[in-house]
Every structure is written in C-alpha cells, then in structure tokens.
Design a protein around this ligand. Structure first.
Ligand SMILES: NC(=O)C1=CN([C@@H]2O[C@H](COP(=O)(O)OP(=O)(O)OC[C@H]3O[C@@H](n4cnc5c(N)ncnc54)[C@H](OP(=O)(O)O)[C@@H]3O)[C@@H](O)[C@H]2O)[C@@H](O)CC1
Ligand SMILES: Nc1ncnc2c1ncn2[C@@H]1O[C@H](COP(=O)(O)OP(=O)(O)O)[C@@H](O)[C@H]1O
Ligand SMILES: [K+]
Length: 509
C-alpha cells in the first residue's frame, strides 16, 4: 500500500469525487460511516459515552457526522465545536444535520475548560491533514487537558497538531492519541519513532477512494502488508531436495555470545533453506553442535573470536555475518581481507551484514565502497547512527539512508517498530508487522538468519529483505497471541516461524 503526502491524498480524494460522481459531503459520510463501524468494534456491544472535539475544517466535519451516527446508534454523545469565523462547507452541512435532529453542539475555544465524564471516550476531530502550520501556544491549555485526561483518546485521520508528511516540532501542542483511525493510507508521521508518544497505534480505514487514481500517484514510500509479501513467496516443488533450497553460511559469535550464531542459524533453517553452516570461533563448537544438531559447524583457528574468513566462500548461496561477532582488531582485519578477496571473484554469494559487521564498517568509512552492490545491512538505530552519522529527525534519517542506498547500491533495513527497508532505487517500505515484545536480546539475530535463508533460497536481495522483515514481525505477532509481549524471547520468534509461513500462505487468515 502506498504512503502518500497530504497533497496527494487531497488530489486522490478530489479525483475520486469526479470519477465516482459523488459530492464531497457524500465522501465525508462514507468516511464517517467507516469510522462509526470501527468505533462500534472498539466499544463492542455496550452503550458508550463519547466527547467529540471538532475543528472548523473537514476533520471537524468527520467528527460531526460521526457524532450523529453514534447518537443514532444509542450512544451518549457530547459534541464540542471550535468557534470560528468560517467553517468548511462540509462542516456546515453536518452542523445543520445535527441541528435538524436536535442534537446539541457546545462551543469550544482554545481557552475552554472542559470536564470529561469518567469512562467517556474522547474523539479528536480538531485538525487533520489540513494543518497548515504547527499549532501555537494558544492551543496548549486545551490540548493539555485532553492529553492529561485519563480517558482514551481516538484521533480521526491523524493526531491533531501533527503534520502527516513533514517534521512537526514536538514542543508544539499535539494530541497524544491512544489510537488513530486514518483514512485510505498510512501517513509517514504515524510510522516514525520520534512521534511515538502521539501515535502509539493506528488503523487504516478504507473509504473507497478510486484505485486507478492511486496508481497514478507516485511516492517513494510503501506500507508493507500481507498482500504485498504474498506475491514474493515461491511455491515448494514436489521434486525439491535440500540443494534446491540453498546453503546459508552464518558467520558470527565470539566468546560470551555464541548464542547469537545459534539463533541466526536456527532461524535460517526454520525459514526454509536446505543447509546451514555456522562459522564461529573454536570455543563455540560443542555448544553449537549440542544445541543445534542440524547445523554444520566450521571453526576459526582462534578460540575466542573470528580472525579469518574461510577460503571456500563461493560454495554458499548466501552469507550472513556479524551477529555477536565482536569488533576485535583481528576480526576487523579478517573483514578487510574478505573485501579484498571478493573484489577478485567473478561471482559472489549474496551478503548480509549485521551488528558488529556494521560496527566495523562504521569505523572504516573508506571500506563502504568495497561492500558489494545489493548487499543487505540490518542496523538497529544506534548502529545506523554509527554508520551514517546523526540525524535531526526521522525525515532526515530516511533521506540520509535513501542517499546511502543509491550511492552504494545497497539495501538498508532500519530495525525497530515499523522497520524500514530502503532499496537501491530509494524506495522505502515500512513494515506493518511486529510488536514491542520483540525488543528483546537476540531478535535481531533471528532476523539476520531469516533474511540470509531467503537469500540462499534464491530470492532477490530486495525480496528477501521485504519478505524476511514481514515474516519476522508476523512470527512475533503470532507469538504474542499466546505469550505475553513482555515474555517473548528470540527463541519464541523462531518457534512461531512455521505458523507465520502458514498464516502468510493462507488466503483466509
Ligand atoms: N482523505 C480523504 O479522502 C478524506 C478526508 N477527510 C477529512 O478531511 C480532513 C482534511 O480536512 P481539511 O483539509 O478541511 O483540513 P483540517 O485538518 O480539517 O483543518 C483545516 C482548517 O484548519 C486551519 N488550520 C490549519 N492549520 C492551523 C493552525 N496551525 N492553527 C489554526 N488553524 C489552522 C485551516 O485554516 P487556514 O490554514 O486557512 O488558516 C483550515 O480552516 C482529513 O484529515 C480528513 O479528516 C474526510 O472527510 C473525507 C475523506
Ligand atoms: N517496538 C518494536 N516493535 C516491533 N519490532 C521491534 C520493536 N523493537 C524491536 N523490534 C525488532 O526486534 C529486532 C531487534 O533487533 P536488534 O536491536 O538487533 O536486537 P539484538 O541485537 O538483541 O538481536 C529488530 O528486528 C526490530 O525490528
Ligand atoms: K484529528
């Protein structure tokens, strides 16, 4: 699914009105109906109480129309409307409809002192994507009351005060929504860690905007969903053998963190590659063989850390390196020697660089040109910062990574909530699966194993990164259905990879 700018959503909306021959009030009614259905699901069967805070534009119009529908469904509804010199036409029509039904509207100003009845749900319909400038200090008291109330806050389209597609100064007043119902497509700001306290969760509501018009709008940003990754799956063939599914080589571990290599290797095998060989320091031999009999193990001449890469790297379909590897100077030299050897090879396996492999690369900027094109780098935010330097906001972070990927023709997977996969053509895909329970030691190692396995199975690097990130998050989400998020471990993510494959391949789930 595309992630569009506010300007493009407006174009999409306007073109839909023409192509479907409907009025903007009818489209607003459709949006309010979608909101109403979603909120009915949110409250379940019970009668609920709502306080709807409406602005003077179309976001406020949505709030007014929603208020009417909730009232008609028997809920207790209090509607407050910002006083203003003029309202949007759709907003006025919805005010009129409420008057006709004798539903009262209280006036609201930035100075209003409000009392929210206990257990009522606050609906934030103050500003949507029409926010033209950050809200000024005058709005602080009103938004403060909403943000500090103990009531749940549901935002319509976007938390009021937040720009959809450009940086918002976080010192400006912004609604802290518990859940945002956003129309038609995801918005960039809903995906960025900097705004996490305003946007904790969101749900996309389909309001029937015209698909062929969406296809004409171009954007470098995509929201990666099930239907996108299903297209990347390759069917298993009856006469497959272990060679068909590729041989993955996992290089990592050092004294004290051999587990990282075990987790990555297990995850690789559970993702479906035919063979896995782990290359680890000698101290890990018995541990890895004991923990994981399916793996083949090769050891470095040194006991505690990796000091050289094996000669026969062309025997493998994909190599994932760096998990728990450490940054010992010997390991650093070994990586440099590997790059020198790769330069001389006519064809090389696909490569993935994680964790300490990235830390070593960050320490040596002159090696960046040596990383083979189409390699995958999987940094968490701190590793990314070491690699590309600091950024002032998430928009700049994404711009810097896009620039890196174009310049070096590499794929960077920025890990975290809504992991972003940035491709050499500068497309950015934000992942829709995963949960905070996955922020646990070793879960990044599991991701490296999954992506390396998909590379070994013959997926292109871009497909392996997209499918791998989605699958990893999905396994975490399925784990969270039976294990509390706080208790999820990296091993649990591996254990649920099989269900994730089943889920992904089942059209009815
Ligand atoms: N996507 C879709 O298909 C659909 C979208 N729909 C809905 O429409 C929403 C967009 O509506 P919208 O364009 O009327 O803008 P909205 O956010 O209500 O506010 C605009 C008003 O705010 C004002 N204003 C701006 N900044 C300000 C500031 N800092 N401080 C004070 N005032 C400020 C601005 O005034 P001005 O900038 O002219 O001063 C203008 O009067 C969208 O989010 C969604 O909810 C659905 O109904 C149908 C389908
Ligand atoms: N809040 C979150 N929501 C979803 N996924 C998360 C969240 N936090 C972390 N993750 C995922 O967990 C993994 C953590 O990786 P990483 O930080 O490298 O951990 P480790 O080094 O312990 O293996 C990444 O794939 C990341 O996307
Ligand atoms: K809003």
């Amino acid at each position: 699914m595309k992630i569009l700018s506010a300007a493009d959503i407006y174009k999409w909306e306007q073109a839909t009105l023409i192509s479907q021959n409907i009025s903007s009030v009818e489209l607003m009614e459709r949006a309010a109906e979608a909101l109403f259905q979603a909120i009915q699901q949110y409250v379940g069967e019970r009668q609920a109480s709502f306080v709807i805070l409406c602005g003077f534009g179309n976001n406020g119009g949505d709030g007014l129309a929603l208020g009417r529908m909730l009232h008609m469904a028997g809920h207790i509804v209090r509607i407050h409307l910002l006083e203003h010199t003029s309202y949007s036409a759709e907003n006025e029509i919805n005010q009129q409809r409420l008057h006709e039904m004798d539903i009262s509207i209280s006036s609201l100003s930035p100075e209003s002192i409000l009392e929210f009845p206990a257990k009522s749900i606050l609906i934030d319909a103050l500003f949507g994507y029409g926010l033209a400038r950050p809200l000024d200090d005058r709005w602080k008291p009103l938004l403060y009351q909403i943000n500090t109330a103990s009531n749940p806050v549901l935002s319509i389209d976007i938390p009021s005060g937040l720009f959809a597609d450009k940086p918002t100064p976080i010192e400006a007043p912004i609604i802290q929504a518990h859940l945002t119902y956003t129309f038609a497509c995801a918005k960039l700001s809903l995906l960025f860690p900097k705004y996490a306290s305003f946007t904790s969760n969101f749900q996309i509501l389909d309001i029937g905007l015209e698909k062929n018009i969406e296809n004409t709008l171009s954007t470098p940003y995509e929201y990666l969903q099930k239907e996108d990754v299903q297209l990347l799956i390759r069917p298993l063939q009856k006469f497959s053998h272990k060679g068909t599914f590729g041989h993955a080589y996992m290089v990592g571990g050092r004294y004290g963190s051999i587990g990282a290599a075990i987790l990555a290797s297990k995850a690789a095998l559970k993702t479906g590659c035919g063979l896995i060989t782990a290359y680890i320091p000698a101290c890990g031999y018995t541990i890895l063989q004991g923990a994981f009999p399916e793996a083949q193990v090769e050891t470095d001449p040194l006991d505690t850390h990796i000091s050289m890469f094996p000669k026969q790297i062309t025997d493998y379909d994909a190599i994932g390196m760096g998990m728990g590897m450490g940054t010992h100077p010997d390991t650093e030299i070994a990586l440099r020697q590997l790059f020198e050897r790769l330069k001389l090879m006519p064809s090389i396996p696909h490569l993935l660089f994680d964790a300490d492999a990235i830390n070593i690369l960050a320490k040596n900027p002159d090696w960046h040109v040596l990383i083979p094109p189409n390699s995958i780098l999987t940094p968490h935010p701190k590793e990314l910062e070491r690699l590309i330097g600091l950024w002032t906001d998430d928009f700049e972070k994404i711009a810097k990574v896009r620039d890196w990927c174009r310049r070096y023709q590499q794929i960077v997977v920025i890990k975290g909530a809504n992991t972003a996969i940035v491709l050499p053509n500068e497309m950015v895909h934000f992942n829709s699966t995963g949960n905070p329970g996955m922020a646990t030691g070793g879960s990044g190692d599991v991701l490296s194993g999954i992506i390396t396995s998909l590379l070994a199975q013959g997926h292109t690097p871009a497909d392996a990164a997209l499918l791998g990130v989605y699958l990893h998050g999905l396994a975490g989400d399925i784990a969270a259905t039976t294990i509390h998020e706080r208790s999820i471990t990296a091993t649990d993510i591996i254990a649920h990879l099989s269900s994730a494959w089943q889920h992904l391949q089942n059209p009815y789930l």
